[in-house]
Design a protein around this ligand. Structure first.
Ligand SMILES: *[C@@H]1O[C@H](CO)[C@@H](O)[C@H](O)[C@H]1NC(C)=O
Ligand SMILES: *[C@@H]1O[C@H](CO)[C@@H](O)[C@H](O)[C@H]1NC(C)=O
Ligand SMILES: *[C@@H]1O[C@H](CO)[C@@H](O)[C@H](O)[C@H]1NC(C)=O
Ligand SMILES: *[C@@H]1O[C@H](CO)[C@@H](O)[C@H](O)[C@H]1NC(C)=O
Length: 393
């Protein structure tokens, strides 16, 4: 949400002070999609379309493997399935495929692989953008899970979520508890349910959230960071600039939330990330998270007292009931993660009834994005993931 405001400031500055710069061209891996990257790193991938019960059409990627049960990967906010493969041979998707797993990488509504609907037009119907992590959980993750189980003939699968991808699981399992037994194991990387312990500058941004929301509303902006939009162009232009791109965009904006770790995510790799991230999402998604942060509650969307009363029967929205999340869950958290803060995850751990593993990454520098983009994933995180998948199959 502040991203747009910040970007405009950065853009104006940059244009004024630097009218003649030419951005570098992006590396090949920035431009290939999931299927292209998968093929480049040795595995032919398939693409499916999953239709949700409310009409969204989501691309689901599949790297076929012989090992059962299937493993689903689910990305975070303003991200896509690409996140799990953009590190190439050091990525989770390729590592799982190399180990024989049957890998499925999902996309939730709103990103470039989930920007279709049987009736609504994302460019002209604001209703298309009327969703948050709530709909990602109850509709998208539900449909993706059912699709995979049907396609494979399996009763249950294993799943790995990152950031919002974990929220989506907690929402689904608490709102539709019958889904719990469709997950043999859920591995939550940088889990997000509570955002009660955010620190500055992220906390300052959340304070501004309601105001920024009003601004976006009055400008009728529902889709943020659209592929075709002005902010994406500005991003590509500024952030891909050789000397200042990393400092300005990555260190100055993205890593303020994620935690700074130039060792795990080196400046040289940044242009590859830039081809895939950030992806589009909805205003309402960020607003819902903002409500979670400000209220210090993991609760359904707050529509205001009057509408809440009609919808929920109470003037405040009810909490997601985490006691209903009875699937086997592993929580993995980083000490330098400034979004998924250790104290918030510890509270989540306290509420979840079926934690099979709680793991604090040993490296002090481990941040929110090392879980998907870190250059040392094969040594640091993957042994843990592979042993969990093996243990709870
Ligand atoms: C991925 O890229 C390939 C090659 O450009 C293209 O054929 C395919 O349709 C793309 N898939 C998606 C889901 O965008
Ligand atoms: C948004 O979706 C909710 C249901 O999820 C619906 O009740 C509401 O009317 C929708 N609002 C708009 C503006 O489409
Ligand atoms: C379930 O899978 C079968 C083939 O395996 C397919 O024909 C059918 O359309 C699928 N159903 C759904 C709801 O995806
Ligand atoms: C993240 O949090 C740590 C303290 O946990 C702090 O030292 C650091 O400055 C914060 N910001 C970034 C960008 O790492």
């Amino acid at each position: 949400m502040t991203l747009r405001v910040m970007l405009i400031v950065i853009a104006v500055n940059s244009v004024v002070s630097n009218a003649l710069f030419i951005p570098r061209s992006l590396p090949e891996d920035a431009l290939l999609n999931f299927t292209g990257l998968s093929e480049k790193y040795g595995h032919k991938a398939e693409e499916y379309s999953v239709v949700t019960e409310d009409g969204y059409i989501l691309t689901l990627f599949h790297i076929p493997g012989t090992r059962k049960p299937p493993v689903l990967l689910l990305h975070g906010i303003h991200d896509t399935a690409d996140t799990f493969i953009l590190r190439g041979k050091k990525s989770l998707a390729i590592t799982l495929a190399n180990n024989g797993y049957d890998v499925w990488a999902g996309n939730t509504r709103g990103n470039k692989y989930g920007r279709r609907h049987i009736k609504l037009n994302p460019d002209t119907d604001p209703a298309f953008w009327n969703y948050s992590f709530h709909e990602h959980g109850v509709h998208d993750l539900a449909a993706i899970t059912d699709f995979i189980l049907n396609a494979t003939g399996e009763q249950s699968l294993q799943s790995i979520g990152h950031s919002e991808g974990t929220t989506d699981h907690f929402v689904l399992a608490s709102q539709k508890p019958e889904y719990n037994n469709k997950f043999k194991l859920f591995i939550a990387l940088a889990p997000v349910a509570f955002l009660s312990n955010l620190i500055s500058p992220v906390s300052a941004v959340t304070e501004l959230g309601p105001l920024l929301n009003q601004v976006l509303l009055s400008l009728k902006i529902e889709e943020l960071i659209s592929e075709k939009g002005i902010e994406k162009n500005i991003l590509q232009l500024i952030c891909n600039k050789e000397d200042i791109g990393y400092e300005l965009c990555f260190k100055g904006v993205i890593l303020q939330g994620a935690g700074y770790d130039p060792k795990g995510i080196e400046p040289k790799f940044f242009p590859t990330i830039l081809g895939h991230y950030p992806a589009a999402g909805s205003r309402k998604s960020l607003l819902h998270y903002d409500q979670v942060a400000l209220s210090k509650r993991f609760a359904l969307f707050d529509y205001g007292p009057e509408e809440n009363k009609k919808r929920y029967g109470f003037i405040v929205p009810p909490d997601y009931n985490l006691r209903q999340v009875i699937m086997k869950t592993a929580l993995i958290v980083g000490k330098n993660d400034n979004l998924s803060r250790v104290r918030d995850v510890e509270y989540l751990r306290f509420l979840l009834p079926n934690i099979v593993e709680y793991h604090l990454m040993r490296q002090k520098r481990w941040n929110h994005l090392d879980f998907v983009w870190g250059n040392d994933l094969p040594e640091t995180l993957f042994p843990q993931i592979l042993s969990l998948l093996e243990k709870y199959r």
